[in-house]
Each structure stands twice: as structure tokens, then as C-alpha cells.
Design a protein around this ligand. Structure first.
Ligand SMILES: [Zn+2]
Ligand SMILES: [Zn+2]
Length: 237
């Protein structure tokens, strides 16, 4: 088998799925250079939404407060990070998602407030969509964050009860409507008085996370924070 593999690698040398450069022996499907070039979000940022900001609370958070009280991201949804997320979500590259989850866990550990959370909850997909994809990307990320931080992940608490359109092409107002009442909390007693961290892959306007947070608060959560791999700095209005 290894002989066949050698021949195959000779004809078609493995290359990085992002930059297309040849891979070294130890590298899996993404080169070390690409992994190293992810730009992580660094202070100063808005203490609520986590967006780069000179003010402690950004104008947007003052004008349109989110339902969640705090959000943090690993990086911006652009360049290498956006390519990695797309490979993870649409090309079944689960190992990429797991590695991103591991990186995201350090963001949680370094946050003096989120670090004291009681449980993690992944933003759910509608079951039909999850079956079609074969996995819920947010759940894979949350599992890794749980492994690395020791904060338990709660399963089957939050459900998506109706299909929603992809938020990508929608305006800010339409995004809100698209996810309105799309989620339901199933087991209230498990989240009462708890400090929860919602986990998702990408956050743009925060409409999905807001809707989830609203449901969790209504069901008795004490605090709801949000942790995402990438924050898309959108021009969506
Ligand atoms: Zn590369
Ligand atoms: Zn803000």
C-alpha cells in the first residue's frame, strides 16, 4: 500500500488545500504557513460584541444592543480563515473544524468572564440540513472547545424548529425575520441560572445568536455569551 501511495504522491504530490503549495511530510491537508497566517482578533475591542473598537462599548452596541451580553471571535472572516471555514463546512474537512475548535478554546480560556461559564451550547441546524451535510459544524467546534476547556457541552437543549434560508444574501432586517422564532429550548431545568456560551462558526449581524440567546434567557439562563470562529465585518445594513 505504501508503495502505491509513494507512486501516487510522485504523480500528484499533495498540496495545501488553501494556498496550493506542496505539503511537507508531516502536514495533513493545510500547510503550516496557512495555519500560522490566521489573523486573530486582538484588543482594543468592544467589550460586548468583540468588534475592534477604541471605545469600550461600540456605537452599534449602544444603539442596537444584542441579546447576548458578550461575544468573542478567533478572527475575521476573510483570507485564510474564510477558506478554512468553507473547506470545513462544504467539503467535509472535519479535521479543519476540530483544529479551529482547539484554537477557539484559547479565546474562551483567555476571557476573564467567559472562562467562568457553566456550559456550552452549539447553534443547532435544522435536522434536514444536518442530515444532508452529515454533521453540524458548530457542534464539532463546540465539542473541541469543551475538550480543551473542560466546560461541558449540553446537547439537545436548543433546537431549530423550522427551516431558515441561508443568511448570506439577506439584509440585516431580513436576517432578523428569517430566524425569528426558529429556535426552541427543550429542557429548561438544565439551563436555569446557568452562564451559557453559544458556539457558532461565523457571526455576521448576530441575528441568529440573538434569537438563540433570547430563547435561552426566556427559559431561565442567567447569562448568554457567544463564541464564534470568525466574525464577518459585513457591509450589510
Ligand atoms: Zn497553505
Ligand atoms: Zn460592540
Amino acid at each position: 500500500m505504501s508503495f502505491l501511495k509513494d507512486i501516487f504522491n510522485f504523480i500528484l504530490p499533495p498540496h495545501c488545500s488553501v494556498c496550493k503549495n506542496p505539503l511537507g511530510d508531516e502536514e495533513k491537508s493545510i500547510c503550516d504557513e496557512c495555519w500560522g497566517s490566521i489573523q486573530v482578533v486582538t484588543p482594543p475591542f468592544c467589550e460586548r460584541c468583540g468588534k475592534p473598537s477604541e471605545e469600550s462599548v461600540c456605537n452599534e452596541c449602544i444603539e442596537y444592543p444584542h441579546e447576548f451580553t458578550r461575544a468573542r471571535a478567533l478572527g475575521e472572516y476573510k483570507d485564510v480563515l474564510s477558506s478554512l471555514i468553507r473547506l470545513f463546512k462544504y467539503s467535509h474537512k472535519l479535521s479543519i473544524g476540530r483544529k479551529l475548535g482547539g484554537m477557539l478554546s484559547t479565546v474562551l480560556k483567555n476571557d476573564e468572564i467567559m472562562n467562568y461559564s457553566d456550559a456550552l451550547i452549539a447553534v443547532p441546524l435544522y435536522p434536514v440540513r444536518e442530515r444532508a451535510r452529515g454533521y453540524n459544524q458548530s457542534d464539532i467546534i463546540a465539542r473541541e472547545v469543551s475538550n480543551y476547556t473542560g466546560i461541558p457541552k449540553l446537547n439537545g437543549i436548543l433546537c431549530r424548529i423550522r427551516p431558515t434560508k441561508s443568511q448570506t444574501e439577506l439584509s440585516k432586517e431580513k436576517r432578523k425575520l428569517n430566524v425569528k422564532d426558529a429556535f426552541m429550548v427543550k429542557a429548561d431545568e438544565q439551563i436555569k441560572w446557568k452562564k451559557l456560551v453559544l458556539i457558532d462558526d461565523v457571526c455576521t449581524t448576530g441575528a441568529t445568536l440573538d434569537e438563540c440567546a433570547k430563547e435561552l434567557y426566556q427559559a431561565g439562563a442567567n447569562e448568554v455569551y457567544a463564541l464564534v470562529v470568525a466574525r464577518a465585518s459585513s457591509s450589510i445594513t
